[in-house]
Design a protein around this ligand. Sequence first.
Ligand code: SF4
Ligand code: SF4
Length: 372
Amino acid sequence: MFVIEREHFQALLEALHQRGFETLGPTVRDGAIVYDRVERDTDFPIGWTDEQEPARYTLKRRSDQAMFGYVVGPHSWKKFLFPPRERLWSAAKNGNGFSVMPEPDHSRPLALIGVRACELSALAIQKKVFTGGPFVEPGYQSRAEKLFVVALNCGTAGGNCFCVSMQTGPQATAGFDLALTEIIDADRHYFVVEAGSQAGTDILNDVPHRQAEKVEQQAAVTVVEQTANRMGRKLETEGIKELLYRNFEHSAWEEIANRCLSCANCTMVCPTCFCSTVEDVTDVTGDHAERWRRWDSCFSVEFSYIHGGPVRSTTSSRYRQWMTHKLASWIDQFGTSGCVGCGRCITWCPVGIDLTEEVHNIRASERTANKQ
Ligand code: SF4
Ligand code: SF4
């Protein structure tokens, strides 16, 4: 374990720039903390925090100058690795035929700064989806191979966080090059740093740092322990797959559908959701065509449109599909839950539908039925 003093944080950004990384991190925009380019330490949300409840997100001033004193906002890192809209190939008319040009690899090495433990899990889940099977997504793979990850052990738990239930946080344990714990005490502001790869060690060597003292290491442990004890929510995961499979027919789905707007917000903000569609476009001459991929959602009617009609035509069937995939069939498909407990779908659902509560209600109804 090492220590980087707050005044040397800029040196970390410069070390990453020196090695050709585009640095991406949290910044304040339009009343929220969003992920974007960060060039200087002053680009970070210094002195800001967020308050989150179902359907509610508010930025507030903190009493200190913390750089990472908030939780997670509406953005996730997936937008950099799996862009919301991306050209897959182009085609040009060529005499009586046409030729197809694959999309060149424009990806630059990216350094993600301030990646929470739940978000590390989300990155690992999406990597498995896009590169872990027989068909590899080349764009994702290229971007993932060049990634440098600066993780952040959480010092704040949000009102909708439940990473402890999903065993994904708040401590970063794998998938990072460097992991920081931000410590602010009465007269000091510093980061306890752990290197998780050789690339991390190399960058650290370019930044003024020193060995962490015992008391500093203990301070980092305490920060994470306190965060773990302050989770806003809890999800009982024992037998959750079987629970949802057993309750494929349950009145809860209709009841949720009476509130759900089928707006797809929950899937857009989710760091693991990966559904997409493709669109083909031509120019006015008809000589040039392109295929674009864009994010789609299981909440759109068109998404399940096959053979003349949508398979999931009702909101209840779409919500059931989303939640059952996230928390149950994802386990069969990819070996892990599709949920990392970040709470975004709860915060950004305009009507405040909370999947932890919905699972709890289904479980409670079963328990009641079993007692009768
Ligand atoms: S389902 Fe909700 S809580 Fe779980 S990872 Fe997605 S956005 Fe986060
Ligand atoms: S659960 Fe909420 S965010 Fe998701 S589609 Fe329904 S209304 Fe929209």
